[in-house]
Structure formats: structure tokens, C-alpha cells
Design a protein around this ligand. Structure first.
Ligand code: PEP
Ligand code: MN
Length: 241
């Protein structure tokens, strides 16, 4: 079971260290943290960038790390620094980026485009990675755009069964970007695991009110820790079917 947890964006040494220690103690299998951030607004924090890559070190000392490559130009930097390379929702259709990350031979966490069809687009994006010689792919459902604004996106639980039926890839649920509000993050994670997901990726911040990115949907380390035993229980029941 994958339990990937950490801040939307890494900010400074102490933030990374504190969150990595907390999520590891709580049972996380991987640390997540964006170095390069693909933000909707050009005015929003774009990530610490190349000069801040070293800030991942305290997390790397504790757990395998997941972080996003946002363009061909930062693929090799990210590949050298992390264990799993994320391709974000906004980049799922970026064919040249898919080929470039595939060539690193690192596992790829491929987020579903927020308006992508499962079979015709998301799985075809995975096929680009596979055809470039890399079959280590984690499919991440992070919610799709619907007409409903109460949640940031709409978690498409059908994606779990569809990907399992059509491929051998593991499916990770990202309830944080689907919900966009902390009180729904754990219910969405549990629903995804009940639907058969192989793991979750959850945003956790030691000070959500002051987070530079996505603090409005972050869990505190305590909220995350409290939910881990239940997530493991649901996974054990549902993955054995
Ligand atoms: C993220 O996980 O940091 C992220 C930017 O998510 P998404 O690509 O799903 O919007
Ligand atoms: Mn985020």
C-alpha cells in the first residue's frame, strides 16, 4: 500500500524536516513535496525551484520522495533528486514530457488530466511512457472538472475499477486535490481505498494557515496520523478481494 504524504510545495528546511518526520512516524511510505509548482495563476508561488532542490535532503534521509517534473528542462534535475517522478494533471497531455520522464527509468506517477477521458486519453498518456520503455507507472486519480464548485474537483471513483480492469497498473487516489477542503480528504481517501485503490497521496502541512501552496486543503500531521490506521484497515479489507 502506498501512503504518500507531504506538503503541496516544499518551502524551507525546517518545514520539510518536520513534515517528513511526522508523516514517517504516522506510517507514510513516501514523502511528497513540489519543488517546481505548475500553478494556475502566474501570481501564485511557483515553487522553490532548482536552487531549492537541496531542501528535499531531510525528507530523502527518511523516506523515498515523490516530486513533479513540470517541463523537459527540469526532468534530469528531478530524476537525480527523487525516487518517483510525478507528471501533473496540467501536463498529462504533454507528449514530449511523457517521453522525457519515461527515459529516466524512474517510476512515474501519472496524474489524470482534469478533463481527461480514462481510456482514450489518460491510459494513452501512460502508453506513451510505456512505449518509451518504462513500464513503472502509477496512475493517480485526482478529481476531474465538473459543474460542481463545492469541491475543488469531483473524485471519479470509477477510475479505480476502470484502470484495474484495463491495465495492470496500480492506482493512487489523491483526495486532497479532488476535495480541496480538509474535512473531505479522509472520507475521499477511504472511499478510494474501498473502491480498490492501491494507495493514497495526501497533502500534509505543519502550518496549513501559512502554507505557500494549497494550505486550504492540507491536513495537519495529527489529522493525518489519526487517519492512517483506518486507511490501512480499509485497504486490507478491500485489496484482498
Ligand atoms: C500536485 O500534486 O502538486 C498537483 C499540482 O496536483 P495536480 O497536478 O493534480 O493539480
Ligand atoms: Mn497541491
Amino acid at each position: 500500500m502506498y501512503i504518500i504524504a507531504g506538503p503541496c510545495a516544499i518551502e524551507n528546511y525546517n518545514q520539510v524536516k518536520e513534515i517528513a518526520e511526522a508523516v514517517k512516524d504516522a506510517g507514510a511510505t513516501h514523502f511528497r513535496g513540489g519543488v517546481f509548482k505548475p500553478r494556475s495563476s502566474p501570481d501564485a508561488f511557483q515553487g522553490v525551484g532548482e536552487e531549492g532542490l537541496y531542501l528535499l535532503e531531510p525528507a530523502k534521509a527518511l523516506l523515498p520522495v515523490v516530486s513533479e517534473a513540470t517541463q523537459i528542462g527540469n526532468v534530469s534535475l528531478i530524476a537525480a533528486a527523487v525516487d518517483i517522478i510525478q507528471v501533473g494533471s496540467r501536463n498529462m497531455h504533454n507528449i514530449e514530457l511523457l517521453r522525457a520522464v519515461a527515459q529516466t527509468n524512474k517510476p512515474i506517477l501519472l496524474k489524470r488530466g482534469y478533463a481527461a477521458l480514462i481510456e482514450e486519453e489518460w491510459l494513452k498518456a501512460a502508453a506513451y511512457i510505456r512505449q518509451a520503455g518504462n513500464n513503472q507507472i502509477l496512475m493517480c486519480e485526482r478529481g476531474i472538472r465538473t459543474f460542481e464548485p463545492y469541491t475543488r474537483n469531483t473524485l471519479d471513483l470509477a477510475a479505480v475499477g476502470a484502470v484495474h480492469a484495463l491495465t495492470a497498473y496500480d492506482v493512487i487516489i489523491d483526495p486532497s486535490h479532488a476535495a480541496g477542503r480538509p474535512e473531505l480528504v479522509i472520507p475521499f481517501a477511504l472511499a478510494g481505498l474501498a473502491a480498490g485503490a492501491d494507495g493514497v497521496m495526501i497533502e500534509v502541512h505543519n502550518n496549513p494557515a501559512h502554507a505557500r501552496c494549497d494550505g486550504h486543503q492540507a491536513l495537519t500531521p495529527r489529522e493525518f496520523a489519526d487517519a492512517v490506521p483506518l486507511m490501512k484497515e480499509v485497504y486490507e479489507i478491500c485489496c484482498s478481494q
